[in-house]
Design a protein around this ligand. Sequence first.
Ligand SMILES: C[C@H]1O[C@@H](n2cnc3c(O)ncnc32)[C@H](O)[C@@H]1O
Ligand code: ZN
Length: 432
Amino acid sequence: MADIIIKNAYVLTMDPDAGDLKNGTVVIEDGKITEIGDKTKESADTVIDAKGSVVMPGLVNTHTHAAMTLLRGYADDLQLAEWLEKQIWPAEAQLKAEDVYKGSLLACLEMIKSGTTSFADMYFFMDETAKAVEASGLRASLSHGLIELWNKEKGEADLKEGKRFVQTWQGAAGGRIKTMYGPHAPNTCSEEFLAKVKEEARRDGVGIHIHVLETEAELNAMKKRYGKCSVHLLEDLGFLGPDVLAAHCVWLSDGDIDILRKRGVNVSHNPISNMKLASGIAPVYKMLEKGMNVTLGTDGCASNNNLDLFEEMKTAALLHKVSTGNPTALPARQVLEMATVNGAKALGTETGMLKVGKKADIIIVDMKKPHLTPCFDVPSHLVYSAKGSDVRTTIVDGKVLMDNYRVFALDEEKVTEDARKAAEELVARVNA
Ligand SMILES: C[C@H]1O[C@@H](n2cnc3c(O)ncnc32)[C@H](O)[C@@H]1O
Ligand SMILES: [Zn+2]
């Protein structure tokens, strides 16, 4: 007998070899997809009737700072440098471990409720984020943020903590937790430090998550300091490869794109954060045209201000049509690929596609809604009309975390209330 059968669904597989099923069934056993078809096994411990719904791979958020839910709406309408240096870093200096746990749990709850099944995170007190991921049932690739700021002692202490985190949590929660090294950015870490991080990541066999060329200010600072941009510096250090997840990549030249493509670097595009901080428009159309693995991220809740990847998909599709003057740029299916298949590839998880043998990270989107009626084309609706709140069921590793909008994994009221209180107390400490 199977563990879960989802039946009567429109099955959006995102598998280029299989295509979609208009009325299909997905079978899950031992955390994996074991059958997809018109007629499959009939009996299971849990049978979900998904009539009027779409079954699809869970969404992958490749760049966030989960605990920053506590700073949602804390510092709006600023450019990155002022936002970070004058508002966010002083607030983060007051963070306690328990705040990060509560903020991360709130993020996990928000992601479960809006269809994100895995995410890549970079922050501090990362044991707490890992514990929140473990408790919530989500999948994540976590890294301790390393912000050296040309202070050798701080860099060494950060790297030691980053390594301890990797060695403690790699493969935890039944393999749902993976770890990475998280050097903050080429303009906040020295070249010697970045080289050391690369060496440690290689030694531990884990990836690297880093912000790259997010702002024009970073580009100018790098040219002034090194006479070359961040991508060329990282290339000269031998830093770049398919193990690197580069967030933002807004200020890339054509030459930078060629380097990132040649090295197989994964890019996390964060259009809402880039628009809100007025950082600029990443050359996503060009990167996709060149066959690069471009994925989607929300960034943290202080620069987005939510974790809804449905909003991110729509924004990406619209932004690159208007910026290229080409309405065929980033069509709905390609944007869905960025949020599923490409994200899974970047995080190295066996997810992102509904295919026999893949891990069962699956969401069900309720299409029986006024704003989703009528429906001529499912991918179009998912990108241009749907919202995270249309997700009715979220399954990770074959475990049902939410069904019919009811979250089993977490106590919604307590998580929300605890985070609200922690955020108020944090801001009171900052203002004291
Ligand atoms: C881990 C550190 O990164 C900070 N952060 C959050 N969002 C951004 C961003 O868009 N660019 C650079 N740094 C960012 C976060 O506040 C932590 O200090
Ligand atoms: Zn970020």
